[in-house]
Ligand binder design. Structure first.
Ligand SMILES: Nc1ncnc2c1ncn2[C@@H]1O[C@H](COP(=O)(O)OP(=O)(O)OP(=O)(O)O)[C@@H](O)[C@H]1O
Ligand SMILES: [Mg+2]
Length: 183
């Protein structure tokens, strides 16, 4: 898989930026706050539909605008793929693959694969087991998109289980079962 083009409109500090990746490797150089991390964040969003530094889509949309558009063209082993992500300052995001809007966002995952490594990833070695689990979960979701739905179900059941155990602990002690961390 190869990322051929990336088009950012009203995304972060980019009003309208089209980028074509022609070389085998690309190095982004720029001044502080010029938008290097923003560009990588757009790639991360296309691959995972998540950003490691934004919790709400409002942050991703250019200040003063209502909608951001992130589109890309991928070269894959069998065919090319056009990815489109529309982010709204207020409202739900929409995703499209090859010009067709997808009803389930999970169908967008797995089309583009990306691995990110930054200094904050040292937390993988030094941080909590929860961080390592999150990292593996994100990787698995890209390889096997169905994993996203399974993970959501699993987390919901885990929360219910822990809530039940907490309820029981508030009553006179019975069997003492350990709580499993939910992160
Ligand atoms: N929603 C937004 N609307 C407009 N501008 C934004 C938005 N979010 C971030 N910015 C701007 O993006 C710029 C930061 O971009 P970015 O973090 O990509 O820089 P960088 O090139 O990675 O810099 P550094 O070298 O310091 O890491 C800042 O000027 C910030 O004001
Ligand atoms: Mg940066």
């Amino acid at each position: 898989m190869y990322l051929r083009t990336l088009h950012l409109q009203q995304f972060r500090n980019y009003a309208n930026q089209f980028v074509e990746f022609n070389a085998a490797k690309t190095i982004l150089l720029g001044d502080n706050a010029q938008g290097k991390s923003n560009l990588l964040e757009a790639v991360e969003l296309l691959a995972t539909l998540r950003s490691h530094r934004a919790t709400r889509d409002r942050e991703l949309v250019q200040e003063g605008q209502e909608t951001a558009y992130v589109t890309a063209n991928l070269e894959r082993s069998l065919a090319t793929a056009d990815l489109a992500l529309v982010l709204r300052a207020s409202g739900r995001r929409t995703v499209a693959l090859n010009g067709e809007t997808l009803r389930r966002q999970a169908d967008f995952l797995g089309v583009m694969n990306a691995v990110q490594f930054s200094s904050s990833d040292l937390g993988l070695v030094r941080g909590s087991p929860g961080q390592r689990r999150d990292w593996v979960d994100a990787l698995l979701t890209q390889l096997e998109p169905v994993y996203a739905a399974i993970l959501q179900q699993y987390n919901q059941i885990l929360r219910q289980r822990n809530a039940l155990l907490r309820q029981k602990q508030e009553k006179p002690p019975m069997a003492c079962l350990p709580l499993i961390p939910t992160n």
